[in-house]
Design a protein around this ligand. Structure first.
Ligand code: ADP
Ligand code: MG
Length: 348
């Protein structure tokens, strides 16, 4: 598949990333249900029913693949296009505990950051940092090299039970502004009320990322909820001015989706059923939208969920969409359902 993007083509690529068995899974004598053939870009599932199933994707990673290699293979070419003025969305899709947050955010520390940005970034890039901090670094590096002027604005939203929360809002403000999605006459959606953090340096942007991510974790603990039911949407809007004075707009959404296990279950209590239902709605709608885009359908059901309304502009037109499916190798049923979702998104 070509890495240069043509505006008339729809680019949806699907990437599979299994994680290794955890110590806990090993101590329970659980085994992996899958094998990876990286060169054939294939995941092989050895089912308990003794059948073997094969799934092909645009890339597949072995379970020991490092964060920087995922970035280099999948994300770096996309960010290079964003730096030319394209829009892009990268999703992490998979069951809870399969590595979505590890892949998108990962683990890194700001404590090691010094005032010297070069040293500071070396420490992040050598750590278990995921796609988000690496994309920040890469975007600023590209902007500084290629453009005479630029602005970077970040929004960071959470979607839980079809309610939007601004992860960058001041938590001391008791009545934060409600975030609304407004539909224009020409059917494009605008988000109203979300904080746009203007970042002068990559260091500013990393701080914004950490602030929002910590807020997501704290909110979950307070609500006794789990990230399994919320989507987070981290967006960088980039305005670039080149030496000829020409302006370009690039955009990237990095989306850590809710756990896909909810897609086929309904909860026992009303509240849970409702929550499961709405997540079901967002994930199912996302799947349908992607399918419709690939098969060049005229009517695309963006309006059926908030997630697809927010991402509408970045899923159609001059865009690149990637779905990274993350897999927990000890869970055969969920692994198969994730592989099938990824396969539908790619091949239909
Ligand atoms: P999710 O966000 O999908 O619920 P997490 O990203 O929180 O899952 O991952 C669950 C656990 O597995 C975490 O402790 C994480 O560090 C670990 N993990 C996930 N993916 C990998 C990987 N590729 N390599 C090593 N550890 C991983
Ligand atoms: Mg998570």
């Amino acid at each position: 598949r070509s890495q240069s993007f043509n505006s008339s083509e729809k680019h949806v690529q699907v990437i599979a990333r299994p994680r290794p068995l955890s110590d806990n899974e090993k101590s329970q004598n659980l085994t992996s249900c899958l094998n990876v053939n990286e060169t054939r870009r294939e995941i092989i599932v050895n089912c308990k029913t003794s059948t073997t199933r094969f799934f092909n994707y645009d890339h597949v990673f072995g379970c020991q693949t490092r964060q920087q290699d995922v970035y280099k293979t999948v994300v770096a070419p996309i960010v290079d296009e964003v730096l030319k003025g394209y829009s892009s969305t990268i999703f992490a899709y998979g069951q809870t505990g399969s590595g979505k947050t590890h892949t998108m955010l990962g683990k890194f520390s700001i404590d090691k950051l010094s005032k010297d940005t070069v040293t500071a970034y070396m420490s992040i890039l050598e750590s278990e940092a995921g796609i988000m901090p690496r994309a920040i670094h890469h975007i600023f590096q590209g902007l500084q090299r290629q453009y005479i002027d630029y602005t970077v604005k970040i929004t960071y939203l959470e979607l839980y039970n079809e309610e939007l929360t601004d992860l960058l809002a001041d938590t001391t403000n008791e009545q934060p502004e409600k975030i609304k999605i407004y539909e224009d006459k020409d059917k494009t959606n605008t988000i109203i009320g979300a904080i746009e953090a203007t970042c002068e340096t990559p260091f500013d942007a990393i701080k914004v990322l950490i602030k929002g991510s910590q807020r997501r974790q704290t909110a979950e603990t307070l609500m006794n909820a789990s990230s399994s039911r919320s989507h987070s949407i981290f967006t960088m809007n980039v305005t670039m001015k080149d030496a000829q004075g020409d302006m370009r707009l690039g955009k990237i959404h990095l989306v850590d989706l809710a756990g896909s296990e909810n897609i086929s279950r309904s909860g026992a209590t009303d509240k849970r059923a409702r929550e499961a239902g709405t997540i079901n709605q967002s994930l199912l709608t996302l799947g349908r939208v992607i399918t419709a885009l690939i098969s060049n359908e005229k009517h695309i059901c963006y309006r059926d969920s908030k997630l697809t309304r927010i991402l509408q502009d970045s899923l159609c037109g001059k865009t690149i969409t990637s779905i990274i499916i993350t897999l927990s190798p000890a869970n055969e049923a969920e692994t198969l359902s994730t592989l099938e979702y990824g396969h539908r998104a790619r091949s239909l």
